[in-house]
Structures are given as structure tokens and as C-alpha cells.
Design a protein around this ligand. Sequence first.
Ligand code: HEC
Length: 185
Amino acid sequence: MLALCWGAFYLAFNSGGFSQDVYESNAVNWAGGGTQAAAPVDPKVVGKRLYTQNCVVCHQANGMGVAGQFPPLAGSEWVLTEGPHAENHLVMLVLNGLQGPSVVKGQSYNNAMVPWKQLTDEQIADILTYIRSDWGNNAPAISPEFVAQIRKDSAAQSDSWTQEQLLAVSPVKPSAASGAAPATK
Ligand code: HEC
């Protein structure tokens, strides 16, 4: 009975009005109680929230972008890494941005996307894992380790990439270990 009362008290005082950030930091307490291993936070859930904060104004909640201005991520060969597009190109363009003429799903764009390198490896991995899994997209997760590797490899690049420059960089596939969704965090 005492434990039960304490539980209700704990809930009342720690729910933080279900503000998402508070909820997330408490999620570990709920799951693990400090004694067991914490339940992993789903990268897709975190990624969706980061997408809403950083990417949605241009690429839209339905991933369809805005015709002629912002290319779609739904069904995009850049996101699904099809044809000449590889995982390193995807990470590179998000880290440094993309400018000039580009073609996405057969449509031409000539615009610019700012760099997102201020986001952490984990945040970029979560966003990419999310955009590769929603709107009918179905491509494997991107790990923070892979983002870290590509960040290091492309550290010398200060400008945004052009499509031409990116596609001239040899494709790098995540290794099986670093490309898989992390089992635990
Ligand atoms: C201010 C608008 C804007 C925001 C915000 C934005 N993008 Fe972009 N994005 C663009 C534009 C414009 C292009 C195409 C640039 C070009 O034509 O050279 C692009 C291209 C892309 C591409 C490659 C083409 C495609 O459609 O697949 C990806 C992937 C992408 N963005 C992901 C993201 C992610 C992830 C975020 C959030 C971290 C983001 N973008 C935020 C405007 C934006």
C-alpha cells in the first residue's frame, strides 16, 4: 500500500505536464527504475520530433516538399539511396547542405539547403532513420557511428555540396554493424 501511494505521488510530481523533453528524460526512470538496463529510446520517434523541429517547414509533414522549391523526401532516391545515391552522400548533404541544380524523382530544383552540422551525430542518425521509414519509405536505419565517420571524412568541406560534387564521391555503404539499428543505447 505504501509503495502504491508512493507510485501515485511520484507520477503526479514527475509527469511534468507531459512536456516532451521532460517525458523523454523521465522515460529512462520509468523503464529502468535505476536498477535495470534502460529501455532503448526508438530512434524513429526521436527522429520524427527532430524532423518536425528542423525539416518540416520545407519538406512538409507528408514528406512531399513543395513543388518547384523544396524536393520531396517520400520516395526520393537520395533518401532511399537508390541508383548512384549512397548513404554517405545522404549524410554529407545533410551535414553541409546542398546548393544549385538537383534532380529528385525526375523533377529539377535549383535552390539551396543550409547545413545541419550543428546537430549531433545521434540527432542526424535519428532524423535519417525516421525519413527512411515514413511515408512508404523503407530503407535501413542510419547509425550515429556512420554519421560520425562521414563527418570526419568530409571535414575539409566548408561549402554546401552541389549534386555534381556529391555524386563524384565514391559510395560508402555503412558496415553491417554500424548500419543496423542500435539494439541498446
Ligand atoms: C529552408 C528549407 C529547408 C529545410 C528546413 C530543410 N531542407 Fe532539405 N532541402 C531543401 C532544398 C531547397 C533542397 C534542394 C537543394 C537544391 O536544389 O540544391 C533540399 C534537399 C534535401 C535532400 C536531398 C533531396 C531530396 O529531396 O531527397 C534531403 C535528403 C534533405 N533536403 C533532407 C533534409 C533534412 C533531413 C532536413 C532537416 C534536418 C532538411 N532537409 C531541412 C530545403 C530545406
